[in-house]
Design a protein around this ligand. Structure first.
Ligand code: ZN
Length: 164
């Protein structure tokens, strides 16, 4: 018969083993999802003759504010790995990738440029206090990221090619 302390140690060891297995499984799952997301994004960009604009990584966690129960997943989500997948696949496909300054992408109005915390009445909504432009916060921020990438592209590579 095991003594209490031995039992405890045994439980701790098997709990540690289980935890390690879970972490491994979760990171495999994340890698698989990152692979699928990046593959899809690069495929669409290639098919439609577009480039890919990325927020500098430091910004992504500030902007993505999920509900509390999803926060744990997202705060540990390997965004860096996603970016690496994206860059690798994009390079292979000849799709340009531009990283843009992520500062205030969530607060800036892409129509009039007004930048204020008050432009975000809630986590999910954007509503410009100056010109009234409104929409889902992520979409509006996406437009700002795209605009910044276009400016960067024009400065570095001449005009953005127009699609027929
Ligand atoms: Zn505005």
């Amino acid at each position: 018969m095991l003594k209490r302390a031995e039992l405890q140690a045994k439980r701790t060891r098997s709990a540690t083993r289980r935890a390690k297995r879970r972490v491994k499984r979760e990171s495999r799952h994340a890698a698989h999802i990152n692979h699928r997301i990046s593959k899809e994004i690069v495929a669409v960009a290639q098919r439609t003759g577009r480039g890919i604009a990325l927020e500098e990584l430091s910004g992504i966690r500030d902007r993505v504010r999920p509900s509390r129960d999803r926060r744990a997943t997202l705060s540990s989500w390997p965004f860096h790995q996603l970016e690496e997948h994206l860059r690798y696949k994009a390079r292979r496909a000849g799709v340009p990738v531009i990283a843009v300054d992520a500062r205030y992408t969530s607060q800036m109005c892409p129509r009039c440029g007004h930048t204020a915390r008050h432009n975000r009445p809630t986590r999910d909504a954007f509503s410009c206090r100056r010109c009234g432009l409104a929409g889902p916060a992520d979409h509006v921020a996406g437009v700002t990221v795209r605009n910044r990438a276009r400016s960067a592209w024009v400065l570095g590579n001449g005009p953005v090619p127009q699609r027929a």
